[in-house]
Design a protein around this ligand. Sequence first.
Ligand code: GDP
Ligand code: MG
Length: 311
Amino acid sequence: MSLESVFNETWSDDHQSGVVAVVGRPNVGKSTLINAILGQKIAIATPKPQTTRRVQLGIYSTEMMQILLTDTPGLHAPRNTLGEYMMAVAEKSLKDADVILWILDVSEPPQKSDSYIAETIQAARGSAKLIFVYNKVDLAGDNPDFSAFEALIEHDDAIAISALKKQGVDALLEAVKVHIPLGPRYYPIDQVSDLNMRFITAEIVREKVIINTEKEIPHSVAVEVTEYKDREERTDIYATIHVEKESQKGIIIGKGGKMIKIIGSLARQDLEKMLDHQVFLDLHVKVLKNWRTNEQFMRRVGYTLPKEDDN
Ligand code: GDP
Ligand code: MG
């Protein structure tokens, strides 16, 4: 990370800063937790798995501490270019971290892929501290038994939370703080993300598509913001939703354009809330066969592979 950001702020000598990697199977609540910590919508949280495709930096700041949160794609065996990309991102975020938060869904027993994640953490963690986060305790009954999770891998701490109900989040931050080294404030105290608005916009549109369409859609959608114009009274945004098949295009547009209208309207409402500003959002749907193995396209929409020397 670069120390070059220039801003007029001071911090005390005992200020702490560091990187916290948030990992775990798809759907365990990583995005929900990051949103709970940051108190606003940065990562997208949806009920469908594997919807996070890129390291997303959320920044949590207090007077005394700044932590940079990376939301990683689900760790799983590579299947295509997108899968390999997701793996590379996940491994890199572990290597760079001061603390790894492994989010575990305690509403169901550990899964086979949890053992795979344990191996990946073991191999890639470097000197990072590992904290188990037992999430969804609101679904786990009165006397939850975490022993099957405890046995997964040696860890430095364990905290039970409900990201959805925002329970235990403060205790978790306290546990993280213990392992964050002394360091400067890298970003202004009021900045919550360094993702640019184009990417956030694309993620919001993608979230609305996933929430509102059938099962086959999620993995086949890439959203590209083609124009983003901040004007005084309104922000004008033009975006293209790329899918792999004509049939998917039909689903997203819907009968008489009904579905695309819903998607556009929901996305616009989120954007207006976030920007506190009127938004005009224009959506197009295009078919681009096999985009998931098209590296050039993936780069263009922001799913770029992390470079080895890119610290
Ligand atoms: P991710 O794939 O790990 O980022 O998971 P998400 O944050 O997108 O969450 C997946 C689903 O689990 C969503 O429907 C969330 O609302 C739900 N969820 C997350 N945390 C909790 C929790 O503490 N309790 C309950 N009951 N549901 C949760
Ligand atoms: Mg997520």
